[in-house]
Design a protein around this ligand. Structure first.
Ligand SMILES: *Cc1c(COP(=O)(O)O)cnc(C)c1O
Length: 400
């Protein structure tokens, strides 16, 4: 659409109107980029002024199948016209279909559905106490598990925790990657050890050593303690396998999922073993919207797309492609470290990440940063090689 100078003024006016209304009416708890995104397709998004961007944020590792994937859009439309919500007072066809599919993908037996990552973590904590009769939890330094009281209690970051104490009692933290630390911390009252198989948010993309998770599994088994993996951010092909745990061949007792599960539609899930499930009684936990037909239809379609388009394998290949090309740029003096598993990419700089994020945005690439020193690059898994080349050529110009 050609708008001429008046059209551009109109759009910039619309943008400012959004900024104003946000400032006046929306709780100011987020630090936002100065962008109003109004449209997306594949790995691209457009702002209200019509500018186009390659999206390497992807709704925080959520839009794995790309923005507005036609199959997901169609499934949501069709389900919305048929039935959106009835509650869990009734059996739900879409929910059982999704449960069967997720059981196969996770290799766990049963599913509980909710609406977000933190809710899946909350459920895992309640079920751990219920199933073991024990009270305490061991988590890791550098962990992130969500913002509600239970999840926050096992999230290590002082800044997030401190203003809201007292939190749920019984949580302790050990250095990530150190199984001896877990061995010495675990007691007869430890209900569960909870870990991100790859730490992302507050860990700055930290990979465990090859045997860490297996060692933790063994320690848990020796002590009658459950092992929970939080795969909210690492699931659904992000790391080049269906789940990050699949790189290590370790089976948890419970596993949380959310972010990419619904292809952009809000849904969370917790997968659990039969032996944990056997200890949970009717009425122990519930969610009004949990696993509702609309959310499940979106998730089913999104999973189908990941399978049909081979996005798990694609994530692995493109991660390798990105890394090789990034190394070719020869930015050793600026780049401290590169942490890659599939299209979960962290580029650690010597500083100045905020500036890099801004300059990349001006060049038409959206990224964000972790811990003020790591560029987090997590594009939709449908991103093309040409788009990756464009991202890299912008990085090349910006990292000088
Ligand atoms: C994002 C995230 C959460 C919280 O998910 P929400 O949907 O924001 O509640 C929990 N755990 C991990 C590992 C995450 O990345």
């Amino acid at each position: 659409m050609f708008l001429g100078s008046n059209g551009l003024n109109l759009r910039s006016h619309m943008k400012n109107k959004v900024f104003e209304l946000d400032a006046q009416y929306v709780l100011q708890n987020y630090t936002r980029e100065p962008l109003v995104l109004v449209k997306g397709l594949g790995a691209r998004v457009w702002d209200i002024e019509g500018n186009e961007y390659i999206d390497c944020v992807a709704g925080i590792a959520t839009n794995n199948v790309g923005h507005c994937h036609p199959k997901v859009v169609e499934a949501i439309k069709k389900q919305a016209e048929t039935l959106m919500h009835t509650s869990n007072l009734f059996y739900l066809k879409e929910q059982v279909e999704l449960a069967e599919k997720l059981s196969g993908l996770t290799q766990l037996d049963r599913l509980f559905f909710c609406n977000s990552g933190t809710e899946a973590v909350e459920a895992s904590l309640k079920f751990a106490r219920r199933a073991t009769g024990k009270r305490e939890f061991i988590s890791s330094e550098g962990s992130f598990h969500g913002r509600t009281m239970g999840s926050l209690s096992i999230t290590s970051k002082e800044r997030y925790r401190k203003p809201f104490e007292p939190l749920v009692p019984g949580a302790s933290f050990v250095p990530y990657g150190d199984s001896d630390a877990i061995r010495s911390k675990i007691t007869g009252d430890t209900a569960a050890v909870i870990l991100e198989p790859i730490q992302v948010e507050s860990g700055g993309i930290r990979m465990p050593s090859d045997n860490y998770l297996a060692e933790v599994r063994e320690i848990c088994d020796d002590n009658g303690t459950l092992l929970i993996f939080d795969e909210v951010q690492t699931g659904f092909g992000r790391t080049g396998k269906w789940f990050a745990k699949d790189h290590f061949g370790v089976k948890p007792d419970m596993m949380t999922m959310a972010k990419a599960l619904g292809g952009g539609f809000p849904i969370g899930a917790l997968a659990i073993t039969e032996s944990v499930a056997a200890k949970i009684e009717k009425g122990d936990h519930a969610a009004t919207f949990g696993g509702n037909p609309l959310a499940c239809a979106a998730a089913l379609a999104s999973i189908d797309v990941i399978i049909e388009e081979g996005l798990v394998e694609r994530s692995k290949e493109l991660g390798e492609y990105f890394t090789k090309k990034l190394l070719d740029l020869g930015k050793d003096s600026i780049i401290n470290d590169i942490r890659v598993k599939g299209l979960l990419i962290g580029v650690e700089l010597n500083g100045g990440t905020k500036e890099v994020v801004e300059k990349m945005r001006e060049k038409g690439v959206l990224i964000n940063c972790l811990l003020e020193k790591i560029l987090r690059i997590v594009p939709p898994l449908v991103i093309t090689k040409e788009e990756i080349d464009m991202v890299l050529s912008c990085l090349d110009e910006v990292l000088r």
